[in-house]
Write a protein that binds this ligand. Structure first.
Ligand code: 6R9
Length: 647
């Protein structure tokens, strides 16, 4: 397979919403006259009070302030539900596909609307007010979507915490958001395994620092035997039955918060990424329609869990705002067997399958026949997000899953960006496996060298974005200083993404991965600092350094160098104990792949750990370690190389 293989625009995409000419015209317009462009496209959603102002944004150092459509008012749940009722109330909003392949249901817009209204009334009845933060720790169920939409209907912010996070990680998020309300289920089901969600919530809120938690709303889902705290726990289904089926939507200002979602950065604890109402709805619905060339009636399946931004923007808000039919899949791609994805596509006539490279690589490991017995002929488009896709996985996805019929849209974006930033348009862009290709309307990517100079033409560098777009995060919850420092202090007047990228002669972008201390493990972000601080909290650990290394399925694996307290001896038992320790503190996603005992770590004379060298040792690229002259004790490196952990 050639490095530079290309896939021309397919004839079947002739009638796509955006052709080459349209892309160029619209892109130019969006850059030359952002105000006019977004004024027009802001009308794609329903406003209660129309906006007169459009863009009012500043990326200036120390004064970052981002406002879109600021004098307009709206409600996001009305855009996802009410506005479809008159003509499309009986259309299917959600197809639920259970972990158990025997279970699926169709939920119409009308039903989803009623459930949302009822649950909004439940929340009100429990005392949830506009501006409150409600934490969700749920399986992938229709009720999860209902709970999210109900929050935004009454102007509360949801903070969805992925069900794979540990009680400690959940607790930290509840505490940071000072969330008095938690919604959970007795258990989740994934790949035939039960996830003890309610137990985890109990464990989290037992922490005295979380005594402000007033109510835990529990969906009895599997019927498992759980502890019940009469003062605190309330029953989801019972309250739903008692609630009124209509709830007046709260009129929100465009810049009122819509939700927050925690994500890992290179330093400190995970931060609450804050998104607001108007711009987010415009941007997610527009990217969903244009990038995926969405036509009403098509079945759209984004496999991302609602606990991640991809689930927020492209399982829920973007598709529902467009009146789409969206699939919520409870399970995992390889259960009961590796053909499950193909089974689901066939069963529900899925047109677009949007998934993560790590899932593709996991399926690919089963060989070319894993999809046997399924036809997948309904697929018109494929998409990926979350991490760079290697060309082998791209080709396999294209050939085996898509039968060479469906273009692949490699979409680059982030929790912070709210929606897709760089991606091909199926009717306008020639595809190159491994390249996310071209910016979406209004997006101005730029590459910088380490000295902060902007690079022109074909080049490699650090990726920044030069002007605001409506879907961008507005702040870090409760910490605007941190927001400005993290994203706007590296380059003047530029949003810094934390990613590296290459731009080729055609102006296409190739994202190469994080340039900061953030790992991307199976498409999930993890700060090395988080893992390190979990480790040093163990009383036998003196110091730890965490780096990523190439991993066939996960993309990046977690490699840890541990220095023990003096007097402690390394052993296999201790290694297992530390793996479990990190798992318990942060959740299964963060489980270390490799632990290497390090009598000491390579440091500069000023005491900084030289991760660059540790990364090379972990990746087994030790021929060229680069400049080691600044090391305080170069002998440390030889010692580590000699005892590289086997994997
Ligand atoms: C949507 C999402 C963001 C980080 C981002 C980058 C990586 C996402 C990518 C990609 C290469 C793509 N990333 N999409 N890298 N190609 N198409 O994943 O958000 O969880 O915040 O992760 O993921 O490194 O900075 P999030």
């Amino acid at each position: 397979m050639a490095e530079d293989s290309r896939y021309p625009i397919k004839d079947s995409m002739k009638d796509a919403l955006v052709d080459r000419q349209t892309y160029e015209t619209m892109y130019r317009e969006s850059i030359e006259d952002p105000d006019g462009f977004w004024r027009k496209h802001g009308e794609r959603i329903d406003w209660i009070k129309p906006y007169t102002k459009v863009k009012n944004t500043s990326f200036e150092r120390g004064k970052v302030d981002i406002r879109w459509y600021e004098d307009g008012t709206l409600n996001a749940s009305v855009n996802c539900l009410d506005r479809h009722l008159a003509e499309h109330g009986d259309d299917t909003a959600i197809i639920f596909e259970g972990d158990d392949p025997g279970i699926s249901r169709h939920i119409s817009y009308r039903e989803l609307h009623e459930k949302t209204c009822r649950f909004a009334n439940v929340l009100k009845g429990l005392g949830v007010k506009k501006g409150d933060v409600v934490t969700l720790y749920m399986p992938m169920l229709v009720e999860t979507a209902v709970a999210m939409l109900a929050c935004v209907r009454i102007g509360a912010l949801h903070s969805v915490v992925f069900g794979g996070f540990s009680p400690e990680a959940l607790g930290a998020r509840i505490e940071n958001g000072h969330s008095r309300f938690v919604i959970t289920a007795d258990e989740g089901m994934r790949g035939g395994r039960r996830i003890p969600l309610k137990n985890n919530v109990d464990e989290a809120v037992e922490n005295p620092a979380l005594d402000f938690v007033e109510k835990v709303i529990v969906l009895r889902y599997t019927g498992a035997d759980i502890d019940w705290h009469d003062q605190r726990d309330v029953d989801f289904a019972r309250l739903m039955e008692e609630a009124e089926p209509w709830c007046e939507p709260e009129e929100m200002k465009a810049e009122d918060p819509l939700f927050m979602l925690y994500t890992s950065g290179s330093t400190g604890a995970p931060k609450g990424v804050l998104h607001t109402t108007g711009g987010y709805m415009v941007y997610t619905s527009m990217t969903h329609e244009y990038v995926f060339d969405y036509r009403r009636g098509e079945i759209f399946w984004c496999t991302a869990d609602l606990g991640w931004i991809t689930g927020h923007s492209y399982t829920l808000y973007g598709p529902l705002a467009n009146g789409a039919t969206t699939v919520i899949f409870e399970g995992v791609p390889n259960y009961p067997d590796a053909s499950r994805v193909g089974q689901i596509v066939d069963k529900h006539n899925v047109s677009t399958l949007y998934t993560a490279p790590t899932a593709i690589r996991a399926l690919m490991a089963g060989g070319d026949h894993v999809m046997d017995g399924t036809s997948r002929k309904s697929l018109r488009l494929l998409g990926t997000a979350g991490e760079p896709i290697n060309p082998q996985a791209w080709e396999w996805f294209y050939r085996v899953i898509g039968n060479e019929q469906a273009p692949i849209l490699d979409t680059w974006w982030q929790t912070e960006t709210g929606g897709i930033m760089i991606a091909p348009f199926p009717g306008a862009t020639e595809l190159k496996p491994g390249s996310a290709t071209k910016p979406f309307f209004g997006i101005q990517p730029a590459l910088f060298d380490n000295e902060g100079n902007e690079l022109e033409g074909a080049a490699s560098g650090n990726l920044g974005i030069k002007d605001s777009w409506p879907g961008q995060m507005r702040s870090v919850f409760g910490d605007h200083e941190r927001f400005m420092k993290t994203y706007f202090s590296t380059y003047d007047g530029v949003y810094f993404t934390g990613d590296g990228a290459k731009r080729d002669e055609d102006g296409d972008y190739w994202i190469t991965g994080r340039v900061d201390d953030v790992l991307n493990v199976s498409g999930h972000r993890l700060g090395t600092a988080e893992v390190e601080s979990a480790l040093v909290a163990h009383d036998k650990v003196a110091e730890a350094a965490v780096v990523g290394y190439p991993h066939d399925v996960k993309g990046e694996g977690i490699y840890i160098y541990v220095t023990l307290m003096s007097g402690e001896d390394p052993s296999d038992e201790l290694r297992d104990e530390l793996v479990q320790w990190v798992r318990k503190r942060l959740g299964p996603l963060a489980a270390p792949d490799v632990i290497q005992w390090a009598p000491s770590l390579p440091k500069t004379r000023s005491g900084k750990i030289m991760r660059r060298i540790l990364r090379k040792i972990a990746s087994n690229e030790t021929e060229n370690l680069g400049d080691t002259s600044t090391l305080a004790d170069p002998g440390v490196v030889d010692e580590l190389m000699e005892h590289r952990a086997f994997r």
